[in-house]
Design a protein around this ligand. Structure first.
Ligand code: NAP
Ligand code: ZN
Ligand code: ZN
Length: 349
């Protein structure tokens, strides 16, 4: 057991502050990673502030973790010291149930071990995330990060990247499809980059007029303001797929009206409150409303290899960990272009 420097929220009301996180001695299949960068996901904020309830404190957030392998257990085959490695939202699962055998570990019937705000599969040992200098995980849950990807820009791929890649694949995004992306934040900007790289015509649906030029630079062909009611008339029946990344309550019914017949809207953003849904919004046009939770380990590796081939990383603003509370405030205000990434060197002092 070793204690390593980290940042934690000691309670839902507390700002993040220096903390020491326990890391286990590596077991046979474990990989010890010296963390270089960790992305700041809006889910970190929801959980550190206990907006979803049931939070385990002290909480060391962070599930977009990139680093170099420092040591490996005797049986590790996948990685060796010095390799660039990543950890996303999960660090373990039962490895045996139906979903696990399909590499949908996020839906493990026993409940997977999330990277933080969770326990290891012993259901006792708390897990601590990537706002720390080191992380230890089983090789099955450690991703190989291609060396051509910038490590700071690659960190957000571990959550924002896979969360948007997976639904685009599930709903067969292809050349010529019209894809709407709602909300230009961390997830939204990855959805724009990925959908346009797959040949789709992307429209950014945003509340922020000031983000139009960025949306186009990121790959969107069109930009529409969702605060303008005319947008919902002009684009009615337009999209094959909508990826909704919005973190706050908004009217799903309005967005469903933008789908073509048999079109699908995939909700990935998690507003803390429930949103009412009218049956007519779905029945009119055989429209579908779906959800999607991150992606399994196999698909996460596929996404990293895809990003390596297409040279896709996140647009990041690198910050020292001492600025984390300020960064949270800016994310909540929608003031981030387009992902904060913590330089973990700032924790090493
Ligand atoms: P983010 O960077 O804060 O982006 C969210 C964007 O939503 C904002 O940039 C803003 O874009 C838009 N928005 C915010 N408040 C709004 C409002 N009141 N009305 C309309 N639009 C609003 O957050 P993120 O890290 O991308 O995460 C987004 C959501 O996805 C969070 O709820 C997070 O917990 C969730 N998430 C889900 C999964 C999953 O597996 N399903 C994985 C990761 C994260 P504009 O300025 O363009 O309007
Ligand atoms: Zn996340
Ligand atoms: Zn399982």
């Amino acid at each position: 057991m070793a204690k390593v420097p980290a940042y934690a929220a000691v309670s839902a009301k507390a700002p993040l502050a220096p903390y020491e996180a326990e890391r286990r001695e590596p077991k046979e299949h474990d990989v010890v990673i010296d963390v270089l960068f960790c992305g700041v996901c809006h889910s970190d904020i929801h959980q550190a502030r206990d907006e979803w309830g049931g939070g385990l404190f002290p909480m060391v957030p962070g599930h977009e973790v990139i680093g170099r392998v420092a040591r490996t257990g005797a049986e590790v085959k996948k990685l060796k010291p010095g390799d660039m490695a990543g950890v996303g939202c999960m660090v373990d699962s039962c490895r045996e149930c139906g979903p696990c055998s399909e590499s949908l570990e996020q839906f493990c019937e026993k409940g997977c071990a999330w990277t933080y705000n969770s326990t290891e599969m012993d259901r006792k040992t708390p897990t601590f995330g990537g706002y720390s200098t080191q992380i230890v995980a089983d090789e099955r849950f450690v991703l190989k990060v291609p060396e051509n990807l910038d490590p700071a820009g690659a960190a957000p791929l571990l959550c924002a990247g896979i969360t948007t890649y997976s639904p685009l694949r599930q709903f067969n995004c292809k050349k010529g499809d019209r894809v709407g992306v709602v909300g230009l934040g961390g997830l939204g900007h990855m959805a724009v980059k990925l959908a346009s790289s797959m040949g789709a015509e992307v429209t950014m649906l945003s509340t922020s007029r000031g983000k139009e030029a960025d949306a186009k630079r990121l790959g969107a062909a069109k930009f529409a303001l969702t605060s303008d009611e005319a947008t919902f008339e002009k684009l009615a029946g337009y999209f094959n797929i909508i990826i909704d990344t919005v973190s706050a309550p908004h009217d799903y019914n309005k967005y469903l009206g933008l789908l073509k017949v048999k079109g699908t809207m995939v909700v990935v953003g998690v507003p803390p409150e429930a949103v009412p849904l009218h049956a007519h919004s779905l029945i009119g046009g055989n429209r579908r409303l779906s959800g999607s939770l991150i992606g399994g380990i196999k698909e996460t590796q596929e996404m990293l290899d895809y990003c390596s081939k297409h040279n896709i990383v996140s647009d990041v603003e690198v910050i020292p960990i001492q600025k984390i509370n300020e960064a949270y405030e800016r994310v909540v205000k929608g003031d981030v272009r387009y992902r904060f990434v913590i330089d973990i060197a700032s924790l090493r002092g």
